[in-house]
Design a protein around this ligand. Structure first.
Ligand code: NI
Length: 138
């Protein structure tokens, strides 16, 4: 980590109150840590907007009895073996499974893989969590 720099800046009172509400709601012990995370979130958002190398996690919940679904999901993951770093499969109950698929690659490709996976018949829910390789956060 580089050296700490102390900043001083002005906010109008309404915005300052909203910042304080946000800090309380998100349970940050101080504003500095909240502001650091907000800046990092913005930097990660830019990575995804600019189609740079990113890290993303796809979560799927699906019915493992759905005809051919398991094979289709596995086929799609093999097609993108260069992007998919790891997959964890858990059995939620007698019928339902969850998979968490960790990806690293161009953000547009990760988004496309997530869309293809979640659109398969029998997938009850799919979500994409966006993050970063960390390169732009240091
Ligand atoms: Ni299962």
């Amino acid at each position: 980590m580089s050296e700490l720099v102390r900043l001083s800046f002005s906010l109008d009172a309404t915005l300052e109150a909203k910042l304080e509400e946000l800090r309380t709601r998100r349970r940050y012990s101080n504003r500095s840590e909240l502001l650091r995370d907000l800046i990092r979130d913005q930097l990660v958002e830019e990575v995804w907007e600019e189609d740079r190398e990113a890290v993303g996690t796809v979560t799927l919940v699906f019915d493992h009895h759905a005809h051919g679904l398991h094979e289709k999901l596995t086929d799609l993951q093999h097609e993108h073996h260069d992007v998919i770093l790891a997959t964890t499969h858990v059995h939620l109950d007698h019928h339902l499974c969850a998979e968490v698929i960790l990806c690293r690659g161009r953000s547009s490709l990760i988004r496309s893989i997530a869309d293809q996976l979640r659109q398969q018949k029998g997938v009850l829910h799919g979500s994409l969590s966006v993050s970063s390789t960390g390169a732009e956060l240091r």
